[in-house]
Design a protein around this ligand. Structure first.
Ligand SMILES: Cc1ncc(C[n+]2csc(CCOP(=O)(O)OP(=O)(O)O)c2C)c(N)n1
Ligand SMILES: [Mg+2]
Length: 306
């Protein structure tokens, strides 16, 4: 969580200062979902993520250096500078990619889950998506297929209350994503998405179910994005006091309070951990700044099957 917080904090600043091209969407405030799910998965499991996916990738062990260079569009980036924030991927870590198409992580994860089942690999495929994606056709088709084929697919909905500039509760007559799962006959549970331990425990249980052949499971993680839909969005559509109350439930502070109260870590140790994370990200930024853009001849490599 500390690493994700550091990464996203710096990315927001770099984007504001014009150092990162394109668009970026940060997951500040949502770190516990990425960390809790990422930590509970096994090596070889897959994830497919969204436009807000930096945290998911970091939580699955993608290298900070390669990710930062990718956001800077450098040739040494993990996708050779061609993917950027919204199309970052690393198959060596089971990261099937971020995705700019809302809802598109679901069919990707269902495909991965189908391959895992047919090959008898026991790999779980996770689809991360926002509650906004639940109104997309792709969600319904993918969940239905995962259900009838009993696929090892873990559906992780990050319900952060907003889809772009709209309050998601105004976009459906059934705002609870868990309730909507009844239509597909799959099991679903909601969880406090700012409590990393709760997310971790539920994911472990759900992934075990998937691996045992019991079919898909949906987790609805209730959380909140601190920043705008994209960096630069001033969020006029959010009520004044809403952000304050959610910031009081900062996932890192929730964990700090629990760990210090239980004597598992001291406040100093946790502060050092956060400083170290920031130093690691700052080193990646220095490196990315010094790297060259990709060569022009590389423009068509890895494109159209080359
Ligand atoms: C198919 C499709 N429709 C619309 C958009 C524009 N769009 C980008 S993000 C977004 C809202 C996504 O909301 P949610 O799924 O809740 O994710 P969050 O941004 O809250 O993480 C929309 C409508 C898109 N990228 N793709
Ligand atoms: Mg949302």
């Amino acid at each position: 969580m500390a690493l994700i917080r550091a990464f996203e904090t710096r990315v927001a600043e770099l984007y504001r200062d014009g150092e990162i091209p394109g668009f970026v969407h940060t997951s500040l405030g949502q770190e516990a979902v990425a960390a809790g799910v990422g930590e509970a998965l096994a090596e070889g499991d897959y994830i497919a993520t969204t436009h807000r996916g930096h945290g998911h990738c970091l939580a699955r062990g993608m290298e900070v250096d390669g990710m930062m260079a990718e956001l800077f569009a450098r040739g040494a980036g993990v996708c050779h500078g061609k993917g950027g924030s919204m199309h970052i991927a690393d198959p060596s870590r089971g990261v099937l990619g971020a995705n700019a198409i809302v809802g598109a992580s679901l069919p990707l994860a269902v495909g991965a889950g189908l391959s895992s089942k047919r090959l008898g690999q026991g790999r779980v495929a996770v689809a991360f998506f926002g509650e906004g994606a639940v109104n997309q056709g792709a969600f319904h088709e993918a969940v239905n297929l995962a259900a009838i084929w009993d696929l090892p697919v873990l559906l992780v909905c990050e319900n952060n209350l907003y889809a772009e500039f709209s309050d998601s509760r105004t976009l459906t007559r059934v705002p609870s994503v868990v309730d909507r799962c009844a239509a597909y006959g799959i099991e679903a549970e909601s969880v406090d998405g700012n409590d990393v331990a709760a997310v971790y425990q539920l994911t472990q249980r759900a992934a075990e179910r998937c691996r045992a052949g019991d079919g898909p499971f949906l987790i609805e993680a209730e959380t909140y994005r601190w920043h705008g839909h994209y960096e630069g969005d001033s969020q006029p559509y959010k009520p004044d006091d809403e952000a304050t109350s959610w910031r009081e439930r900062d996932p890192l502070e929730v964990s700090t309070a629990r760990l210090t109260a239980g004597g598992e870590a001291s406040a100093e140790e946790l502060a050092t951990l956060r400083e170290d994370a920031l130093a690691r990200v700052d080193a990646a930024i220095d490196r990315a700044r010094s790297l060259p853009s990709p060569d022009l001849e590389e423009a068509y490599a890895d494109v159209f099957g080359n």
